[in-house]
Design a protein around this ligand. Structure first.
Ligand code: COA
Length: 439
């Protein structure tokens, strides 16, 4: 078989997603979506993507809503749909409509996830979908003098029960009904139910499939990442946010402050949005995190395998000098690493040669993560570490990246300017350029 560009694209794509596959295996995700997504033409492909996530070993809880379907039931019975402060005022007749609508949406989702037709991504899949009384509800009570009746909020989540099902590899499918110990059923808000479940089971990710493509700024530009503090500031100031984002964003802020690693808001109307958000660097929607997604820290012995995976291909190209694993194990303290969403995307090392002189070495950023400024951030980190140690001058040896360093304040020098020990080890075959920077 010949290597067509398609094959090359496929192979490099597959390799690019491998770190995500490894990072996500055994993680717990909660995915929440409204009844609009279930009724849409995208429901089938979403089911395929959910199936793929489970196949990759992700523990999955789905939480669904049914607003349009409830509205439809109410219309058919000529009942009025009433909301107060975002909650449906739910009298006994409305509750009947809620139960009918939610019940049939649940069955629809179950049927979609049970497909196994050949020639579809669901072929050979055998996912067990488990529902149940995992959420206990309680009445909201009287709000501003209005009796909300069967409108409820989450009282308790059966964490043990959910974990037992996830441990068996089953998908847990929850809806927006919360039975109470008194035998009544309360109508919950889907987004609040998902928030409560994600917090209770300590989910790594909570994903809201929204009508909008994510959170936007006042010019309509997508905001791809924000911290919980930035999101709550936006909720105070922004009058341009759509109604669905106004519903999802407060839940996202609370969930991420309560320890859910990442909360994603992504439009369900983009084919493959779920996969693109989860398995690519840029994603397609908005991610809310407690801290910033990017994170630089000093390397630890646990990072060695990922560090080797990062630098080995660059060593093979002859750009970096080969460092055997034993050497890395001995010298791991010299390294700083850059992480994006928990995945190592770059590294750099600092080797002091005397009291005031040190080498910046092994600066590398994964090829598909370049030009995001990671290289520069790593260089600055090394400079900061060096200054703290009282280093006055940094040097670097490079065969192909001279200009990159020169543009960042390094000046050309000669081998003779190197500290004696380094000079003696200089490899005249590599003929690296020698560059210096005064700190
Ligand atoms: C050099 C390297 C670390 C830069 O990482 P990065 O995260 O892409 O860096 P930044 O995003 O901070 O900088 C990107 C800029 O550098 C430029 N750049 C990248 N490689 C360059 C090179 N060899 N020479 C000159 N400029 C270069 C890019 O074009 C981009 O320019 P722009 O900002 O004008 O668009 C990365 O390309 C790499 O890992 N290279 C292989 C290893 C290496 O050469 N290490 C240095 C020897 S120790």
């Amino acid at each position: 078989m010949s290597d067509t560009p398609y094959d090359e694209h496929f192979v490099s794509w597959f390799r690019a997603v491998t770190p995500y596959i490894n990072a996500f295996r055994g993680r717990t995700f909660v995915i929440a979506f409204g009844g609009k997504a279930v009724a849409s033409e995208f429901a089938k492909t979403l089911a395929y993507d959910v199936n793929l996530l489970v196949s990759l070993g992700i523990r999955l809880v789905l939480v669904h809503g049914a607003r349009p379907q409830i509205e439809e039931e109410l219309r058919e019975k000529q009942l009025e749909s009433k909301y107060h402060r975002g909650y449906r005022v739910t009298d006994a007749e409305t509750l009947d409509c809620v139960l009918d609508a939610v019940g049939s949406v649940y069955l629809e989702i179950e049927a979609m996830l049970s497909q196994g037709l050949p020639n579809t991504p669901m072929a050979n899949s055998r996912i067990r979908v488990i529902g149940g009384n995992f959420i206990t509800g309680q009445p909201i009570g009287v709000l501003d003098g209005i009796d909300m009746q069967y409108a409820g909020k989450v009282r308790k989540v059966d964490v043990e029960g959910i974990n037992a099902q996830l441990g068996l590899g089953n998908i847990v499918l929850l809806n927006c009904e919360g039975p109470s110990p008194t035998g009544e059923i309360f109508n919950l808000q889907m987004e609040e139910a998902a928030e409560a479940v994600a917090i209770a089971i300590k989910a790594d990710k909570l994903v809201y499939l929204t009508d909008s493509r994510g959170v936007t700024d006042n010019g309509g530009e997508l905001l791809d990442a924000m911290t919980a503090d930035e999101a709550s500031q936006l909720l105070r100031d922004a009058d341009w946010l759509s109604t669905d984002i106004m519903r999802y964003l407060p839940c996202s802020v609370r969930a991420s402050r309560a320890g859910v690693g990442r909360v994603h808001l992504i439009g369900f109307e983009q084919d493959g949005a779920l996969l693109r958000e989860l398995f690519t660097h840029d994603g397609v929607g908005t991610v809310v995190t407690r801290e910033s997604l990017e994170n630089i820290r000093e390397a630890k012995p646990d990072d060695i395998a990922a560090l080797i995976a990062l630098i080995e291909p660059i060593e093979q190209e002859g750009i970096l000098v080969h460092r055997p694993r034993e050497l890395l194990e001995r010298e791991i303290d010299h390294f700083s690493i850059m992480l994006h969403d928990g995945i190592i995307v770059g590294c750099a090392a600092l080797y002091p040669h005397s009291e005031d002189e040190a080498e910046l070495a092994c600066l590398a950023v994964a090829p598909d993560q370049r030009e995001w400024g990671y290289g520069e951030q790593l260089m600055r980190r090394i400079e900061r570490r060096a200054r703290k140690m009282g280093i006055k001058r940094l040097f670097v040896l490079t065969t192909r990246t001279e200009h990159w360093f020169v543009e960042r304040g390094f000046k050309q020098g000669t081998v003779d300017d190197l500290p004696a020990a380094k000079r003696d080890m200089y490899n005249y075959q590599r003929r690296s350029k020698v560059l210096f920077k005064t700190l």
